[in-house]
Design a protein around this ligand. Structure first.
Ligand code: ADP
Ligand code: MG
Length: 140
């Protein structure tokens, strides 16, 4: 297994409820090291572009409204098999179905407001990292 990078967002619900530190600590405990971190309030254009793959889904408007309502924390996480590892640590999209000990089980409120985003493949991780970070902002 090689060292890999993935893209993570701590979403507005988790930031509003002051779970940023706990979530980053949880990533670190699980071998995912933040090598870039940025707090930002997403614009509608940024959120729509980031989630463009979901543009035809019925929840798209709700998702963009949620992601832009207050600041998020954007991160590049690095570690062994980071994309898959991050998805495991996050838990299922619907917190009601997420395993015990996962971030979504511990902190998420609903399938929409589910505390964290994580890339679903190494290819998408590279695209998502480049959407928000310059190479010069990432330090392993
Ligand atoms: P994941 O974030 O686990 O990769 P998806 O890529 O399927 O999940 O969906 C992207 C995001 O859209 C989810 O994290 C969640 O915030 C939102 N979402 C997904 N499904 C629903 C739904 N049925 N109702 C409302 N929001 C949803
Ligand atoms: Mg997804």
């Amino acid at each position: 297994m090689a060292t890999e990078r993935t893209f993570s967002i701590i979403k507005p619900d988790a930031v509003e409820n002051n779970h940023v530190g706990a979530i980053i600590a949880h990533f670190e405990k699980n071998g995912l090291r933040p090598v870039a971190i940025k707090r930002k309030q997403l614009t509608q254009t940024e959120a729509e572009g980031f989630y463009a793959v979901h543009a035809e889904r019925p929840f798209f408007g709700e998702l963009v409204d949620f992601m832009t309502r207050s600041p998020v924390v954007l991160m590049v996480l690095e570690g062994e098999d980071a994309v898959k590892k991050n998805r495991e640590v996050m838990g299922a999209t619907n917190p009601a179905e997420a395993a015990e000990g996962t971030i979504r089980k511990m902190y998420a409120q609903s399938i929409g407001e589910n505390s964290v985003h994580g890339s679903d493949s190494p290819e998408n991780a590279a695209i998502e990292i480049a959407y928000f970070f310059a190479a010069t902002e990432i330090f392993s």
